[in-house]
Design a protein around this ligand. Structure first.
Ligand code: HEC
Ligand code: HEC
Length: 283
């Protein structure tokens, strides 16, 4: 551990007491005794200077919490997937269409979750999966868009993640997506708030350490949406970002803001190669 890391740890320790070490475990995750998950893998090239290996947040949770995710009957997040299926089949909006009218079964969406956020050529923007779904709602169904992480957004995202479970996250960071990715990267490394902490101070420099009673992970998003035992609901990526920024006692960006879209692309790219796990279970 170098001096810089040490001083960061003491900065964190001063603000947030009881920091200790606890390595992520070496357990393996197989869902329903069927889908084998890649929960640790070599870091993508763009991270080579920062970390050797990327790891799912699953490794940092207790055995009990881990077990809940290994079986769909025990995973409370799966209730929202069922809700997502109902929404998928429900007609909504002025055009009298459901998602199913155009896309068939949800399984037709296998492989879509892993590549979002993604550049949309016609719109000239990087879109999160929730933005893309809203585009279909507004412009193809004549239905009202859902708010970020609210309404149907989370059950739908959970459904779209569930049909891609086990596939590797693979977001593109070059070409037209690069500027957005750079913006997200800058946000990730910028210290904010009274505590002057960046995402990297906790999730890159200190993963594996304990912060209060919490085992710090790499802050990956391959498991989203995530069922948290703490608030007993499925949580979206932007809501999680908001909570983490607030913990540094900083003013935060809003869910759905261009800043959080960029940060989502960047954080997703830090997990390129990890399996899609959503809906996952965390504390
Ligand atoms: C009237 C037909 C229509 C309806 C209804 C519709 N979509 Fe789409 N959807 C499309 C078309 C066409 C595209 C591809 C065009 C594009 O990329 O903009 C698309 C693209 C998508 C994509 C991106 C796929 C990819 O490979 O990147 C997702 C996700 C999606 N739709 C989800 C939904 C969901 C969820 C609903 C229901 C809330 C829905 N769509 C309703 C026509 C529809
Ligand atoms: C003060 C330390 C701290 C900072 C700074 C921080 N986080 Fe976190 N974050 C945590 C803790 C503690 C948790 C819960 C335990 C865990 O999964 O690491 C967490 C969880 C997460 C998770 C959920 C991981 C999972 O597998 O469910 C994500 C994603 C995340 N953080 C992203 C971020 C991002 C992006 C930033 C910067 C905007 C950030 N965090 C800043 C402490 C921090």
């Amino acid at each position: 551990m170098n001096f810089k890391t040490l001083s960061l740890i003491s900065a964190v320790a001063l603000a947030l007491p009881t920091l200790g070490m606890a390595d992520p475990d070496d357990d393996t995750l197989v869902i329903n005794e069927e889908i084998e998950m890649v929960t640790k893998t070599a870091a993508p090239a763009h991270l080579a200077d920062a970390v050797d290996e990327v790891m799912s947040g699953w490794h940092f949770r207790s055995d009990e919490t881990q077990a809940m995710q290994a079986d769909d009957f025990d995973n409370p997040g799966m209730m929202f997937v069922e809700q997502g299926v109902e929404i998928w089949n429900a007609v909504d909006g002025s055009e009298g269409k459901s998602c199913a009218s155009c896309h068939g079964s949800p399984e037709a969406m296998a492989g879509v979750r892993p590549v979002y956020p993604k550049w949309n050529e016609a719109a000239g923007e990087v879109r999160t999966l929730q933005m893309q779904v809203n585009d279909c709602r507004e412009n193809r169904m004549g239905a009202k868009p859902w708010k970020t992480d609210k309404g149907g957004s989370i059950p739908m995202e959970a459904l779209l993640a569930s049909v891609s479970r086990g596939l590797p996250v693979n977001v593109a960071i070059d070409g037209p997506a690069q500027a957005t990715w750079e913006m997200g990267k800058e946000l990730y490394y910028t210290r904010t708030g009274q505590l002057e902490l960046s995402c990297a101070n906790c999730h890159e420099d200190n993963y594996g350490n304990m912060i209060r009673a919490d085992h710090l992970s790499q802050g990956q998003i391959n498991g989203f949406p995530t069922y948290r035992l703490k608030n007993a609901k499925l949580n979206g990526v932007h809501s999680r970002f908001k909570g983490c920024v607030r913990d540094t006692r900083a003013e935060t960006f809003s869910p759905g803001s261009p800043e959080f879209v960029a940060l989502e692309l960047y954080v997703a790219s830090r997990g390129n190669g990890l399996s899609v796990e959503g809906p996952s279970v965390r504390n």
